[in-house]
Design a protein around this ligand. Structure first.
Ligand SMILES: Cc1ncc(COP(=O)(O)O)c(C=O)c1O
Length: 480
């Protein structure tokens, strides 16, 4: 960081103003996580224009003193030294692996469901994050209007009203779908399951990020796929050169990827990366299953474009849902499968016949009645704040060598503990103290990430969470 002495009186005015903030940080008047005065107040305090005040804050942000939070203002950043560098990127020789289903997963789900536990484990948000009242009102309205609403199937591809709403929103992500291209599913995981079955056979070699969401690994395993884990940088995504080599060596036919708010790493990849990935897919005629469940939850800037928006050859099947943004319980997801649409629709019919009609109608009316963008804005701000609180607690309580991801969106933090730590032991010890976390090993088919854990920040921050992280930190110190 820049020393305070850098801002001498001959320094530009905005640097001199910035120095008053760094002095307050140095003397403890401002602590990490505190909100600094608004731009208007700062400009008034120093008798300067708003643009000079903004320059001062941007200067402080570029040097790591402050961070901007959307719709909220500037905050003093957690001291860097404890938190970066990011989790290590360890390129490994990839090889196809036939997976077994992980017995620990059912344990994890049970422990995450137990209300006695602090829920840093499973990937769901606090119910109060969602617009439950409005959803219930809409549901009651629909049933009042049509008491026989539940008296029939809504066969694939699903309710037209909902598909129209999803098609309308697709312009936001760089796609321009017609409702006819969309198949409604029971959540994103069913969408992924149908997409894999439409494009692959048992024994097909499927590439995944490493680490990746355990639901993808489990689904691929249950369908008899072989998985190759592609080395994945915590901020820059899959190593495309290693991926290219792996495709040639292992005859990879399918890839499952998250380019926006990856679970568990939280990165959002640039458009340039997405174009390069699509060029690679085109070169090898590789089918790509894109998981977009967290993509509406990027904290900064406009909604990132979907990988599918760069797809010129119909190679991408996009899977998503409202489970992370509106309601996990309604179980509404969708898949846009391009040339595989008819196959997906047929598989959907054979698998679950239909998705429940009432939740489809509820989500359609919610999206139609407006307010989704406003809700998303609030949700993102809340999640960013909760994530920041967890990062700060980790900085305070965990061993000094701990590294923590800096997610660009979503719910998850990826924490790399000192090399000697066994995250599975930490998981067990934490559970005995009613704290649920996920050990890193469930995010790999090859037992990697033994010293990593994933922490879900989707729950409203409270003193109990702070105490739980203090306990986790102490457990780490005792297990190192
Ligand atoms: C990356 C990712 N994909 C898919 C899913 C499943 O989503 P759904 O609940 O809509 O089936 C999850 C749920 O945690 C997830 O984290």
């Amino acid at each position: 960081m820049t020393s305070i002495g850098e801002a001498r009186s001959e320094a530009p005015l905005y640097v001199q103003i910035a120095a008053t903030v760094t002095q307050q940080v140095a003397n403890g008047a401002l602590r990490s996580g505190d909100r600094v005065p608004s731009l208007r107040r700062l400009s008034r305090q120093h008798g300067v224009s708003m643009s000079t005040a903004l320059q001062a804050y941007l200067w402080l942000e570029s040097r790591g003193y402050l961070e901007a939070r959307p719709q909220s203002g500037f905050y003093v950043r957690t001291p860097f030294s404890r938190l970066i560098p990011e989790p290590q990127f360890v390129p490994r020789h990839a090889r196809p692996t036939a997976l077994g289903t992980d017995a620990i997963l059912s344990d994890i789900i049970t422990s995450a469901e137990d209300p006695a536990n602090i829920p840093f484990g499973a990937g769901s948000g606090s119910p109060e994050l969602f617009p439950n009242r409005r959803l219930s009102l809409i549901s009651r309205r629909i049933l009042r209007r049509d008491p026989e609403h539940n008296g029939h199937y809504v066969f694939p591809p699903g309710a037209e009203t909902l598909r129209r709403q999803i098609a309308r929103r697709s312009a936001e992500i760089g796609c321009h779908w017609s409702p006819a291209e969309i198949t409604i599913t029971c959540g994103a995981l069913e969408a992924i399951n149908l997409a894999i079955r439409a494009v692959a056979r048992p024994g097909t070699v499927v590439a995944v990020e490493s680490p990746t969401y355990f639901g993808i690994l489990g689904t691929a395993a249950s369908l008899g796929m072989k998985v190759v884990e592609i080395p994945t940088h915590p901020q820059q995504g899959m190593d495309l050169a290693a991926f290219d080599r792996a495709i040639r060596r292992h005859h990879i036919k399918v890839c499952i990827t998250m380019t926006n708010c990856q679970n568990p790493l939280g990165y959002v990849l640039a458009d340039g990366y997405k174009q390069a990935l699509m060029q690679l897919a085109e070169r090898h005629n590789l089918v790509v299953i894109e998981d977009e469940v967290y993509a509406d939850l990027a904290f900064q800037g406009p909604r990132p474009r979907a990988l599918k928006s760069f797809d010129r050859k119909g190679l991408v099947l996009l899977c998503s849902s409202v489970s992370k943004t509106l309601s996990p319980g309604l179980r509404i997801g969708w898949v846009v499968a391009g040339p595989f649409h008819a196959q997906v629709e047929r598989l959907k019919l054979l698998t679950t016949v239909a998705t429940a009609g009432l939740p489809q109608a509820v989500v359609a009316e919610f999206l139609e009645s407006g307010g989704y963008e406003r809700h998303l804005k609030r949700l993102r701000t809340k999640l960013a704040g909760q994530m920041d609180a967890v990062r700060q607690a980790i900085a305070k309580y965990f061993p000094a060598e701990t590294r923590v991801s800096r997610p660009a969106g979503g719910y998850m933090l990826w924490v790399q503990l000192p090399d000697s730590m066994n995250a599975l032991e930490l998981y067990r010890a934490a559970l005995s103290r009613h704290i649920s976390i996920l050990p890193g090993t469930v995010f790999s088919a090859t037992g990697r990430f033994k010293n990593c854990i994933r922490i879900n920040c989707g729950h409203t921050w409270s003193d109990a969470h702070d105490r739980a992280l203090l306990t986790l930190g102490r457990l780490c110190e005792s297990l190192v």
